[in-house]
Design a protein around this ligand. Structure first.
Ligand code: FAD
Length: 286
């Protein structure tokens, strides 16, 4: 099923993100968690693509195929191009096709320190256009409510985003954010720019302090004072921090749904407990 067919109905789309296990762990190590996550019946599940690119696709493809064919939830494979030649992308697309993967989140990917990027695709928009030219894939892209860290300005970033949509991204998933007002301002910028594809809000519940600090330093998301206070108060009590993180994410989602967002994309961190608590809290509101 093509993900674009999920939008425009009388219901917000509710999707999850999972990641494949590290190279040195057996792939089966995530199956049990994935099965539990799939049992929550989100509209689709996306599977990240290992940083570093080359050779990292096989587990993304295998996990996306497992989710779709064995656990019966539609899947989307992430694909980055920063470290890939055209030939490598062709191979990966062939692998996706062979495994029945119809939906791809086309990304540039982050530069790896000390590794010269490949030059066949410079931006995600180049990859979007290429994938569209290679067959019947449904292509989506990433977007950044607080602008991408490399962007010259908010305006430049949103104009670049428009190029990505014109190149074939039919749906966008946002970077995580903790302050909904920043997301609403971003939606206004996209509207002014004439970007009119569905945009899902990316929500990451805090499951532990180290994880959130790492994510925030990577993507530059700002921490509102009430979020920072919560982290400070519960930092040495992992269960309390997890429960406060779930409550914070639920509050964000309720507000986003009340404001009519197209969809919620939950970064599950492969944690079925957290995904279940949040799903149960919001499923009647979608
Ligand atoms: P682009 O859209 O190419 O944008 C990158 C920068 O270039 C931006 O500053 C943009 O303004 C600028 N730009 C774009 N087009 C142009 C142009 N034509 N001219 C000039 N400037 C331009 N990373 C992974 O390694 N694996 C994953 O699975 C993964 N999944 C992700 C999922 C989501 C929902 C998000 C939000 C991010 C994900 N990332 C992942 C991280 C992502 O790869 C990085 O944020 C990366 O730095 C940018 O990727 P992009 O596709 O957004 O790039």
């Amino acid at each position: 099923m093509k993900i674009k067919s999920l939008f425009g109905k009388d219901k917000a789309v509710f999707s999850f993100e999972v990641f494949p296990p590290k190279k040195d762990s057996p792939i089966e190590s995530v199956y049990e968690k994935l099965e539990e996550i799939c049992a929550l019946q989100p509209d689709f599940i996306s599977v990240t693509y290992g940083a570093g690119g080359a050779g990292g696709h096989s587990r993304t493809c295998e996990i996306a195929a497992k989710i779709k064919h064995d656990f019966h939830v539609e899947s989307m494979a992430h694909l980055t191009c920063v470290n890939s030649t055209r030939g490598m992308i062709d191979e990966t697309l062939e692998d996706f096709r062979r495994n029945g993967i119809e939906n791809i989140l086309a990304l540039r990917g982050d530069y790896t320190e000390g590794v010269a990027p490949q030059t066949d695709f410079r931006y995600a928009s180049d990859l979007c256009a290429y994938i569209k030219s290679k067959g019947d894939f449904d292509v989506s892209g990433a977007c950044y409510p607080e602008s991408h860290v490399d962007a010259e300005s908010e305006v430049a970033d949103v104009l670049n985003l428009k190029k990505k949509v014109e190149a074939g991204a039919g749906h966008l998933i946002s970077q995580l954010f903790f302050d909904n007002s920043l997301f609403y301002r971003f939606l206004e910028r996209t509207e002014i720019a004439g970007i009119n594809v569905p945009i899902e809000a990316g929500i990451m519940p805090v499951t532990n302090k180290r994880q959130i600090e790492r994510m925030v330093s990577l993507c530059g998301a700002s921490l509102p004072p009430k979020f920072a206070k919560m982290m400070q108060k519960y930092e040495s009590k992992p269960e309390a921090l997890r429960d406060a993180g779930i409550a914070y994410a639920v509050e964000q989602i309720v507000d986003l749904l009340a404001n009519g967002v197209d969809g919620i994309h939950l970064y599950t961190m492969n944690n079925p407990y957290v995904a279940e608590k949040i799903t149960r809290a919001v499923k009647t509101l979608l």
